[in-house]
Design a protein around this ligand. Structure first.
Ligand SMILES: NC(=O)c1ccc[n+]([C@@H]2O[C@H](COP(=O)([O-])OP(=O)(O)OC[C@H]3O[C@@H](n4cnc5c(N)ncnc54)[C@H](OP(=O)(O)O)[C@@H]3O)[C@@H](O)[C@H]2O)c1
Length: 318
């Protein structure tokens, strides 16, 4: 009898996990992207690489924007081969350095005439500091995409209708924004344990949702729309820097429970990039290829505006 109860609990837990985390829907848009240019950050591996491949298959000119020259060039070559699209080019972009971001934008604006979609996909969960002294997770997951997007806004406006797609995570719902910590330590929270890093990661993903919320307001009427999203749970390289017994057990469990197919992890990004008619939903959050509501803090006008102001100051834009 007790085994039946245990089995029942496990099945219910699995079904809840499946419902909450596993991506089931696919992007149904049939839009093609011939003549359009898309930047996908962090597209040398994981969800970003699958996204870049899917967009290349639809005819886009794809800028594979990655920090490692070798990994980025190899990925661009793979995508060209698999898609048969020669318009897939690598450009170096390290989101942990504002100087490198500015240099990427300078090269991009000089060499490319269009920008139709910017996909802020790159992300990490690791300790350390960026070149500019920001907490690494805060710097790469929020401040880097914030600066990159702002520097590319004029080109996006020129190419309207255009879009910005920010890859967040369901983890944003466990995040919070500690402005005192940002002001004092240039990070979202303190600590270096796996648990701390996981928490800081969730805070940074909340920043993605709030950034999108505020960006939509600032872009209203300009033909540029923006969306944030959870891509589903994909066993990618994201947890590569998180070790220790607890993380190793989690990784073993994830081998059994989590889908590994990066292409299914790309579906909500593709939906936000391609789906016709979602423009009135600019600034909102998507999961499993559909609109999802977020907690009050993730759509709070005042918090979003304050985060924008702090981010501008940290980027030297204010
Ligand atoms: N996998 C999931 O289950 C899951 C769930 C929710 C949300 N997400 C989000 O989905 C996005 C993609 O994650 P993923 O799972 O595909 O992870 P991944 O396999 O680790 O890929 C992350 C990408 O980001 C790049 N990146 C890291 N630091 C960078 C930097 N400083 N500058 C430029 N690029 C940098 C990585 O480049 P390198 O290879 O050079 O490190 C890699 O290309 C992330 O934003 C993540 O938060 C993933």
């Amino acid at each position: 009898m007790i085994w039946l109860c245990v089995a029942g609990v496990l099945i219910v837990a699995f079904l809840i996990f499946h419902k909450l985390f596993v991506q089931r829907r696919a992007c149904t848009s049939t839009a093609t992207l011939h003549g359009k240019t898309v930047i996908v950050t962090g597209s040398n591996t994981g969800i970003g690489k699958a996204t870049a491949l899917a967009l290349a298959l639809r005819g886009a000119r794809v800028i594979v924007a990655c920090r490692s020259k070798q990994r980025g060039e190899d990925a661009a070559k793979d995508i060209r081969r698999e898609s048969g699209n020669d318009e897939v080019v690598f450009m170096q972009l390290d989101l942990a350095s504002m100087k490198a971001i500015r240099s990427f934008v300078e090269t991009f604006l000089k060499t490319e005439s269009r920008l139709d979609v910017l996909i802020n996909n790159a992300g990490l969960a690791t300790a350390g500091r960026t070149e500019d002294g920001l907490g690494m997770v805060f710097g790469v997951n929020h401040i880097g995409p914030f600066l990159l997007t702002n520097l590319l806004l004029d080109r996006l406006k020129e190419c309207a209708p255009s879009r910005v797609v920010n890859v967040s995570s369901i983890g944003h719902s466990m995040g919070t924004i500690d402005f005192n910590c940002i002001n004092t330590h240039k990070r979202l929270a303190l600590g270096t344990s796996n648990r701390d890093i996981f928490k800081i990661y969730c805070h940074s993903k909340l920043c993605n949702v709030l950034f999108t919320h505020e960006l939509a307001k600032r872009l209203k009427g300009m033909g540029v729309t923006c969306y944030s999203l959870h891509p589903g749970s994909v066993r990618s390289e994201l947890g590569r820097d998180l070790n220790g017994t607890f993380m190793n057990i989690l990784k073993c469990i994830s081998k059994v429970l989590i889908q590994t197919d990066e292409m299914s992890g790309a579906q909500t990004t593709l939906h936000c990039t391609l789906q016709e008619g979602i423009e009135p939903l600019s600034g909102r959050y998507f999961s499993d290829c559909k609109l999802q509501d977020v907690k009050a803090e993730a759509k709070d006008d005042e918090i979003a505006r304050k985060l924008w102001d702090v981010s501008e100051r940290l980027c030297g834009m204010a």
